[in-house]
Design a binder for this molecule. Structure first.
Ligand SMILES: Nc1ncnc2c1ncn2[C@@H]1O[C@H](COP(=O)(O)OP(=O)(O)O)[C@@H](O)[C@H]1O
Ligand SMILES: [Mg+2]
Length: 319
């Protein structure tokens, strides 16, 4: 089987983590002094939370890190009871090696209800001699205060486009694949700072066996090319509503996209339309409204047409 690039290229050492400078500095200090507090890693997907936890464990325990770090997912469908059972078993077992504590990495901690978090807090206290917890979440505000106050909080930032690009270029070189500059741009646009997503998009696009350019990226991810959306929107803006409507049909039929996919494509495209700032403000506002209605269960078809109608109106105003 082919390697999964997300694992193959995951940095092994803290010093190889991209960005997140102050976090890396503090974690490196913990590895050196062989002591660490409970921690809360908060930040968006694909910004390096799991990577940093594993790299820290490697720094602390060397190649035996796997015996000293357990990875659990709080949103595991088997429930928090299983998680607690595993935590207990792991915590009870004596720790090996130079460190006298083990690490429990609990991913998606913000998916726990506050009751479950309260129970988790008690578990954290009970095993604080032998275990350190690293809780990972997207939003620290969803973690109850008593846990937050017991943890050192680390805020991970989404990575910037230059950082995503240079990371992708390293993988492309490692895999000997040919990726055009527009190909990298398209991946960055779709991934938006999420390195896991960026890596996966590039791997899927390259599996088509051709040069990875804008077309392969959009084709392999079943995303509409920005130029197609631009074409759809300018047709509507020019007041050609019926033509825009049949382009919409065509896009839906060819790509099999959901209404939400199309709306997020439109959202990305608005900023590049040849219209003034005022129009963009009104259009983006409307895109947001339509997206909300769709999420709330309104008919996608009707909402998309209403959105195109709005673009047509806006076009008339401009004339
Ligand atoms: N800051 C980073 N530096 C280097 N690689 C990263 C970074 N953030 C994410 N990645 C890469 O993205 C993938 C997912 O990273 P991960 O740490 O699991 O993200 P999450 O923040 O969702 O836990 C891995 O392949 C990893 O190599
Ligand atoms: Mg993770």
């Amino acid at each position: 089987m082919q390697d999964v690039w997300v694992e193959k290229y995951r940095p092994r050492r803290l010093s190889d983590v991209i960005g997140q400078r102050s976090i890396v500095e503090r974690l490196s200090a913990y590895a050196k002094t062989r002591s660490m507090p409970h921690m809360l890693f908060a930040g968006p997907a694909g910004s390096g939370k799991t990577t940093c936890a594993i790299a820290l464990a490697r720094g602390l325990y060397g190649e035996g890190w796997r015996d000293n770090l357990i990875e659990l997912n709080a949103s595991d469908e088997r429930g928090i009871d299983i998680v607690r059972g595993k935590i207990k078993d792991f915590a009870r077992a004596a720790s090996f090696g130079v460190s006298d504590f083990k690490i429990i990495f609990l991913d998606e901690a913000d998916s726990l209800t506050s009751d479950a978090q309260a129970a988790l807090r008690r578990t954290m206290e009970r095993y604080t001699q032998t275990c350190r917890f690293i809780l990972s979440c997207n939003y620290s505000s969803k973690i109850i205060e008593p846990i937050q106050s017991r943890c050192a909080v680390f805020r991970f930032r989404p990575l910037g486009e230059p950082e995503v690009k240079s990371y992708l270029k390293r993988i492309a070189a490692g895999e000997h694949i040919d990726v055009t500059e527009e190909g990298f741009d398209a991946i960055c646009e779709l991934a938006g700072g999420d390195l896991r997503k960026a890596t996966n998009i590039m791997q899927v696009a390259s599996s088509l066996g051709r040069k990875v350019d804008q077309d392969t990226v959009f084709e392999s991810t079943d995303n509409i090319r920005p130029s197609e959306i631009q074409d759809l929107l300018t047709t509507a803006l020019n007041g050609n509503f019926t033509a825009a409507r049949s382009k919409l049909d065509d896009l839906i039929a060819r790509h099999g996209l959901s209404g939400e996919d199309i709306v997020s494509g439109i959202h990305r495209a608005v900023f590049d339309l040849p219209v003034g700032e005022d129009s963009k403000v009104r259009l983006v506002d409307r895109v947001g409204e339509v997206e909300f209605r769709m999420v709330s269960g309104a008919s996608e078809r009707i909402q998309l047409e209403a959105l195109l109608a709005h673009f047509a109106h806006e076009g008339k105003k401009l004339k």
